[in-house]
Design a protein around this ligand. Structure first.
Ligand SMILES: [Zn+2]
Length: 102
């Protein structure tokens, strides 16, 4: 008798692509804590809407309380845009913009 009992089905990569668990580090409890402790945006004083990593995770920042701050949405956007800009220049190559109507 052939010993071809393959009881353990191999991972079907097409039907079930392995999903990496999205590491969204800041836990809800921690978010609540930060919101509670910092009800106002650190940058402009508006009501805190979002939790921000002071040092972005991609630059080595952690999810600990000391690296989190409460800020408002506009400030978060501005900050993130600045970080993206920074990384575009320092990590990625700047994309050449196609010439056209501005
Ligand atoms: Zn703000």
């Amino acid at each position: 008798m052939a010993d071809d009992v393959d009881s353990k089905p191999k991972h079907n990569w097409i039907a079930y692509p392995p999903r990496k668990r999205r590491k969204y580090g800041v836990k809800p409890k921690m978010r609540a804590t930060v919101r509670n402790e910092e009800p106002a945006c650190r940058l402009c004083g508006a009501p805190t809407e979002e939790i921000d990593h002071i040092v972005p995770k991609c630059l080595g920042g952690g999810d600990e309380r000391s690296n989190l701050q409460g800020i408002c949405k506009p400030c978060h956007l501005t900050k993130s845009a600045g970080e993206a800009n920074f990384m575009r220049w320092h990590v990625y190559r700047p994309k050449k913009r196609a010439e056209g109507n501005g």
